[in-house]
Design a protein around this ligand. Structure first.
Ligand SMILES: [Zn+2]
Length: 634
């Protein structure tokens, strides 16, 4: 039994703690839930940082960057317990808000001190300060020392009593500045300047500029990892895990050996040697130690598969969910989605599919074309879409050489447009609709095709200058009066290209993440050049920036965006109405022509006609004249 009165009468400099924080926890800290002593086994990564929290002679500050829910609060409790037993001194516990602090004090700290450390603090005895605005909550420790609970938002808290120990929890949630007086981390740590004390800083990270990452870099900057069979230490970062196989794996960057998650669990886990040769020192020459813990090594809490599931769910929920996934679940900094670089080989590998033109996946509900018009050629992509438009299946990408003012190139286009594909259930399919760029090149020739075939819609891309006002993917339509040989009106559809690019880049990210939104056939124009073009534009400050002239061609991107707009238009206007575009057009015309009051009849007749998905060669004179006979308006 330790004679406490003797212990505290020893002069401060001679007094040695009887044990470090880890030993204290493993011999004194009974966990209420399990009625067992605290163990570092589920959270081995806290052992070293906790050890150095009690190294008052050589360490000035311990920084821990960790995913949420990894047992960080218990580590702080252990430090409090150790401190209350061996060094009862004024201590400042700083949280991002006062409510947060009071909750923690009420629910965890007071019960902990009472039950584990035998320090009883009747509620509110010490907090009857006449100054109600004083947001510091006090908890009495032994020997007249106090634990002050402070808010990182309060300037007065940051100027309160000097403290020997400062515990800063969730520092990335602190404001950057309190009332123009400086950042809370600096203000609060100044409280311990006069003492050979200790600062403990913990947080889940936010961005690379956040307080925890900045402070981690100033310290020894160590990361929790494993020792490979080759003897080299390796980190296990989420982004390095390969999820393409049957089980996720990671390979050693030194020797290339591949490990599954179970293999990794068997390896020796430890921190790497300090990566910062010159960690920050205080006035006493004591150094700052900093540690980083990555989610894939928090084996007791998450599996790699579950991390992947959470990532996919977060990505489909949007930017904010993805951000909190990176920060709290992974414990990693967040990079805005638009800054994530999707690499060509990676996208090519992960989107490659095994269907053929004679056996398309059942998921394809309909097929459309997106066409980009140039002076000397047409770029045309044929894409299958699932009914919810979430999955896209590239069928072919063609560069049709020829001036769109001449007939020949359109002949090539119609051959592709009318090509017949077979779905795995036997259904014959062909392109239902096409959006053809009429924005700058050969405009009148594109309009002429619209006359010829109403399943071809001239489109114009629209890009609003303001980055906040996003245009919808499928915008308004405009009726144009035609001059010259083409009498009558022509419809032009506006397409919000930025919305399409956003949607596409999201599909790319999800595909990389393992949710295969994009699928491509091998061959049929889907070569590395195609993928380079697809990824040629970058979003910078909310704006899509096209590659410089003479560099990568961005036609694959334009074609796909037109095809996506086309799919969305076709889905709402025709597919969901239960009628193919051709059927609708035909129904309308038959109705006009025959003036039959019974509307059912002509549709039925026409349906029968159209259900035969024969490629009605538009160039074949016989068929065309037959059609014209039936529908003289064409
Ligand atoms: Zn190795």
């Amino acid at each position: 039994m330790i004679d406490e009165s003797r212990l505290y009468s020893i002069p401060i400099l001679c007094r040695k703690p009887l044990c470090d924080v880890c030993e204290w926890a493993e011999t004194r800290h009974y966990l209420k839930q399990t009625s067992q002593l605290y163990s570092y086994e589920p959270t081995p990564f806290f052992r070293e940082p906790c050890h150095y929290m009690s190294d008052l002679s050589g360490t000035s500050c311990v920084v821990i960057k960790t995913p949420a829910q990894s047992g960080k609060s218990l580590s702080i409790m252990n430090f409090l317990g150790w401190m209350a037993e061996f060094y009862p001194s004024n201590t400042l516990l700083v949280l991002d808000s006062k409510t947060q602090g009071l909750k923690l004090s009420q629910n965890r700290i007071r019960p902990f001190l009472r039950e584990i450390c035998g320090i009883n603090n009747p509620n509110n005895t010490r907090n009857k300060s006449p100054d109600k605005s004083n947001s510091v909550a006090n908890i009495g420790l032994r020997s007249g020392a106090n634990l002050y609970i402070a808010s990182a938002k309060s300037a007065s808290d940051s100027k309160s009593t000097p403290a020997r120990f400062v515990l800063l929890d969730e520092v990335d949630a602190y404001p950057n500045d309190i009332n123009g007086e400086g950042d809370p981390v600096t203000l609060f740590t100044q409280r311990l300047k006069r003492f050979r004390g200790m600062a403990v800083m913990t947080s889940t990270p936010t961005t690379a500029e956040g307080a925890i990452t900045a402070n981690w870099k100033l310290g020894t900057a160590q990361t929790w990892g494993v020792v490979c069979e080759c003897g080299q230490w390796m980190p296990v970062k989420y982004d390095d895990i390969d999820f393409t196989g049957t089980v996720p794996t990671i390979h050693c960057p030194h020797c290339g050996v591949v490990y599954s998650e179970d293999d990794v669990k068997e390896l020796n886990h430890c921190y790497n040697a300090p990566t910062n040769d010159d960690p920050l020192k205080d006035d006493f020459g004591r150094i700052r130690r900093s540690y980083e813990i990555t989610a894939p090594l928090c084996h007791s809490f998450v599996s790699w598969e579950s991390l992947k599931r959470q990532e996919i769910a977060a990505l489909s929920l949007g930017e904010n969910s993805y951000k909190s996934f990176r920060n709290t679940v992974l414990g990693e900094c967040y990079t805005p989605k638009e800054e994530i670089q999707v690499e060509v080989p990676e996208l090519m590998r992960l989107s490659q599919a095994s269907y053929t033109h004679d056996c398309l996946p059942f998921d394809i509900a309909f097929i459309v074309c997106g066409v980009d018009t140039h002076d000397k050629c047409l770029y045309c992509e044929t894409v299958g879409f699932s009914e919810d438009l979430k999955r896209m299946f590239g069928l072919r990408y063609d560069v049709l050489v020829g001036d769109p003012d001449e007939k020949e190139v359109w002949q090539q286009f119609y051959d592709i447009f009318n090509a017949v594909y077979t779905r795995e259930d036997g259904k014959l399919m062909r392109s239902a609709f096409a959006f053809v760029d009429s924005g700058g090149h050969r405009t009148n020739s594109v309009y002429a095709q619209h006359y010829r075939n109403r399943r071809i819609m001239p489109v114009k891309g629209m890009v609003s200058n303001s980055k906040n006002a996003a245009d919808p993917l499928v915008g308004k339509q405009q009726k144009l009066k035609m001059n010259g040989g083409l009498k009558g009106r022509c419809t032009v559809q506006f397409v919000g290209v930025n919305a399409g690019k956003d949607e596409l880049s999201n599909a790319e990210l999800l595909t990389i993440a393992g949710d295969k939104r994009l699928n491509y056939l091998k061959g049929y124009g889907y070569n590395p050049e195609y993928f380079k073009g697809l990824l040629s534009e970058k979003k910078i400050d909310g704006k899509w920036i096209a590659p410089q002239k003479g560099h990568t061609h961005n036609e694959p991107l334009d074609c796909r965006v037109y095809a996506m707009a086309c799919a969305s238009y076709y889905l709402n206007k025709y597919y969901l109405t239960g009628l193919d575009s051709e059927e609708v057009e035909m129904a309308k015309k038959s109705k006009k022509q025959e003036e039959i009051k019974d509307t059912e009849k002509p549709v039925e007749q026409v349906e029968e006609e159209v259900k035969k998905p024969v490629s009605d060669k538009h160039e074949s004179k016989d068929e065309r004249s037959e059609k014209v006979k039936k529908f003289p308006h064409w």
